[in-house]
Design a protein around this ligand. Structure first.
Ligand code: G3P
Ligand code: MG
Length: 248
């Protein structure tokens, strides 16, 4: 069995401002195999790395991400919660992250936070991000995920070579068959709904299982025992230590 990958959730966000280059560099220092990021699109069509659709919680500014240009977003400080250790942190672009991933040969989970417009259509973030991943020749190192399974199915139709995953909170009835129906490569369940049989059934169908957000030592151990393919955690150093002690 392959070792479970350890992925920093929004970077090493237990120790550094989430979704910033500081959190990503720290995840690398802590020997993570890669990290998970969340993306949105700006007013001028740039893809930026931020969890919420507003900048209120994570920066010193306020407003909706799609109402700002990239240059405007870059003027705010995104160090919320870590002001003393990280006096300044900027909002990264997806391009900046892809460069880092390429340089360090990492694994990247891009979670799409797409927004439905008033025409009933999504904003095209999924396809725009996939185009960039292709451009950077990182198809083999990237997996996309979303709670919007329609967005993942649509992405797969346009880019069959891109890996996709379905995020979910609850147990799925015949999850592996559901994943297959959306042509997804993986399920991304909340860790508490994962057990060994779910992972085994998924693996038999050729579907990977990557659990989030696993922060307690006992839960990390349980996920490794269940045989998950990746553990998404705010504390990659803890994940790495436990994984190495169990699967070395
Ligand atoms: O991708 C795993 C996890 O990040 C999903 O939830 O809200 O933290 O983006 P959220
Ligand atoms: Mg996320």
């Amino acid at each position: 069995m392959e070792k479970a990958k350890i992925l920093g959730h929004r970077g090493a966000s237990g120790y550094a401002p989430e979704n910033t280059m500081e959190a990503f560099r720290l995840a690398i220092q802590q020997q993570a195999d890669g990290f998970e990021i969340d993306i949105h699109i700006t007013k001028d069509g740039e893809i930026v790395v931020i969890h919420d659709d507003t900048i209120d919680r994570t920066s010193n500014g306020s407003g909706n991400v799609p109402d700002f240009t990239l240059a405007e977003l870059k003027q705010f400080n995104y160090n919320a919660g870590f002001e003393h250790m990280f006096p300044v942190a900027e909002i990264p672009t997806l391009k900046q992250v892809l460069e880092l991933v390429k340089t360090h040969n990492l694994y990247l989970n891009i979670e799409i936070k797409d927004i439905m417009t008033n025409t009933g259509k999504y904003d095209g973030l999924n396809l725009a991000a996939a185009r960039l991943v292709e451009e950077y020749e990182l198809v083999d190192q990237v997996i996309f995920s979303s709670f919007n399974h329609n967005s993942m199915a649509e992405l797969k139709e346009s880019y069959p070579e891109i890996k996709t995953a379905l995020l979910h909170f609850s147990k799925l009835y015949k999850g592996e068959a559901y994943a297959k129906s959306a042509k997804a490569d993986a399920l991304h369940p909340l860790f508490s709904v994962v057990d060994k049989s779910i992972v085994e059934q998924a693996h038999q169908a050729g579907i990977q299982v990557n659990a989030w957000t696993v922060n307690q030592e006992a839960d990390i151990e349980r996920m490794i025992e269940a045989g998950v393919d990746a553990i998404i955690t705010d504390y990659p150093d803890v994940g790495y230590r436990i994984r190495e002690s169990r699967q070395s």
